[in-house]
Design a protein around this ligand. Sequence first.
Ligand SMILES: [Zn+2]
Length: 242
Amino acid sequence: MAGYKLYSKSELDISGLKVEVQRKNVKNLNLRVYPAERRVKVSIPRRISDSEVANFVESKLPWIHKHMANYRRKPKLQPKKYITGELHPVWGKDLELVVIEMNKPSRIWVDGDKLKLFIRPETDQQKRASVLKEWYRKELKQTIPELIEKWEPKMDVKVEEFGVKYMKTRWGTCNIQARRIWFNLELAKKRPELLEYVVVHEMVHLLERLHSKRFYNFMTHFLPEWKSLKDELNGKSQILDC
Ligand SMILES: [Zn+2]
């Protein structure tokens, strides 16, 4: 975003709503809702008066309230505790965690719809989390080579190297010069088809660097259903891009 010059900042109470008003060198009135804080922010051109702002916000009240109500309805992501009975996603299925304490090195075993976590007694939550994280990484490291090998001849490209790491905003990245691809650790929680979509997406970057029309033509050619896979992957997630 370009740097906007801020002239003044004030707060108005409009029908019980706290509204932060910023006068800036912008052309239009912009309104933003922060549902968690039940706060509204508007940025407006300098010449707009407080009463004009109030009229503007009041005209948007139904929309603002709807937005805030939607936020409340959304279930909050509960931090995992890594205890027996808790559900953990593995390859698109929710498995029930079963914690088994043993005096042996930790390991994980999928048994039907159970995810068995063998750990030493008194292993804390953080350590349990890291055991599971490393297991997700191992799952991906086992699965990804087959997919790369499957797609290399079809696409006539070569992947030199891949890695798995947690990324906040992306499912995958591709370094074209090094022909090295990074995959998001979270992909082990998704259906295998969604991992394959990311593999194909990143490998298409070896043919076309940009998300251009040419890029999407390749996607459609190799994976005609890519769009619905992409929507499914991005659906309920904070991670939005490849
Ligand atoms: Zn991309």
